[in-house]
Design a binder for this molecule. Structure first.
Ligand code: UD1
Ligand code: UDP
Length: 362
């Protein structure tokens, strides 16, 4: 039974690791790993292979950056050769990035079965490129693995055959649970250890709606500057965000906003664990803060992960900077939102996915 995993961008790496790990327990399963190369910097890709214990990819398509059409088309062209040569029984795709949709399209046209890990999430906002990727990937998939029951409801509404849908829990959390102890020890040997026991906010931003609009980005940067007069802000910069402003001038103006390169998974996880609160627009970070019980202020009008709001520690604050300041004040003076861990976010989602695959293909 040949299962081919295809990954391409930072959040895919945390998702594939537990599924590969769980499938490796089955002697009849042969696995291959394809990296599309959508993300390629050492700190956006290689570091995760090393820290998560992923094997060298069997193929790297090296597609790199480009417009949506260019990137999607390059993945399709280059992946078609690989999948035709290797003829897997099932291709697994992860999350909602351009690589996910491109690979799903190629497989659907060739009659090769696909499974989608993290199916069913919906923000109900078609201006997000990820929403298009989610909806279409789910339409094409043969097996759909959902992290929470809202995913199942969304898929039923879109007419997906319920037999294909499997509620398995959250693979991001499998990786978090496995690596939290290593994150703690890595942190204590890193430059970040000085922050343990000190209050700070951690922030990440990379959504086009926040960072590609100069006025919006400027508003956010000024607000972080204002917040840093009360509490230091640690801000690892996604490459999309780094390109959009002059970080040297910003640091000179706001020295209590600590800009950094994108961090390794272990360092970033430890920083989340000890943060007073996290401000983000990342999907994965909304989930990780919910698991860790850290208040999360999400600078978006919607989320495809509503369980992080209804059950977890996430608050949607929209794109209103006055509201952001108010909510930070609430965290600093009231401790911030508390929550619970959603059902099936228990570290065993990968095992459940592997069991379904072996049963369905076996
Ligand atoms: C992509 C995903 C997004 C996901 C994010 C995770 C799509 C449509 N978007 O957004 O869903 O949340 O990854 O991080 O698939 N760049 C580098 N080095 C790299 C990678 C990118 O410098 O290793 C720069 C390039 O200038 C590139 C820009 O970042 O143009 C954006 O990269 P891209 O992969 O197109 O989108 P992301 O914003 O990373
Ligand atoms: N992350 C990381 N280093 C960073 C910022 C984020 O390792 O500097 C991790 C984070 O802990 C989570 C994942 O990257 O596991 C989320 O990916 P990202 O925010 O790029 O994408 P999204 O989840 O929004 O699609």
């Amino acid at each position: 039974m040949h299962i081919q995993h295809v990954i391409g961008a930072r959040p895919n790496f945390m998702k594939v690791a537990p599924v590969m790990g769980a499938l490796s327990a089955y002697a009849a399963v042969h696995q291959t790993l394809v990296h599309t190369g959508q993300h390629y910097d050492v700190n956006m890709s290689d570091v995760f292979f090393q820290q998560l214990g992923l094997p060298e990819p069997d193929a790297n398509l090296g597609v790199g950056s480009g417009s949506h059409a260019e990137q999607t088309a390059q993945v399709m062209l280059r992946f078609e050769d690989v999948v035709l040569t290797r003829q897997p029984d099932l291709v697994l795709v992860y999350g909602d990035v351009n690589s996910t949709l491109a690979v799903s399209l190629v497989c659907a046209k060739l009659g090769i079965s696909t499974g989608h890990v993290e199916a069913g999430l919906r923000a109900f906002d078609r201006t997000m490129p990820e929403e298009i990727n989610r909806v279409l990937t789910d339409q094409l998939a043969d097996l759909l693995f959902t992290p929470s029951s809202d995913g199942d409801e969304n898929l039923m509404r879109e007419g997906i055959d319920p037999q294909k849908v499997h509620l398995v829990g959250n693979v991001m959390i499998d990786t978090l649970i496995r690596l939290l102890p290593s994150a703690m020890s890595t942190w204590r040997q890193s430059q970040w250890r000085e922050w343990e026991g000190r209050p700070y906010l951690l922030t990440t931003l990379h959504r086009p709606s926040n960072v590609d609009d100069p006025e919006m980005l400027q508003g956010l940067l000024n607000t972080f500057g204002e917040i840093s007069r009360e509490i230091p802000v640690i801000f690892p910069l996604h490459p999309r965000t780094r390109q959009r402003f002059d970080s040297a001038a910003y640091t000179a103006r706001f020295p209590q906003v600590h800009l950094a390169q994108p961090l390794g998974y272990l360092e970033f996880l430890a920083l989340q664990r000890f943060a007073t609160a996290v401000i983000t627009d990342s999907g994965g970070v909304q989930e990780e803060t919910t698991y860790l019980g850290i208040p999360c202020l999400t600078v978006r009008n919607n989320t495809e992960r509503p369980v992080t709001v209804t059950v977890g520690t996430n608050t949607l604050i929209g794109q209103d900077m006055r509201r952001l300041l108010q909510e930070v004040g609430r965290v600093l003076f009231g401790g911030g939102k508390r929550g619970q861990i959603p059902p099936l976010w228990d570290g065993r989602a990968g095992e459940r996915i592997a069991a379904v695959i072996v049963r369905e293909l076996g």
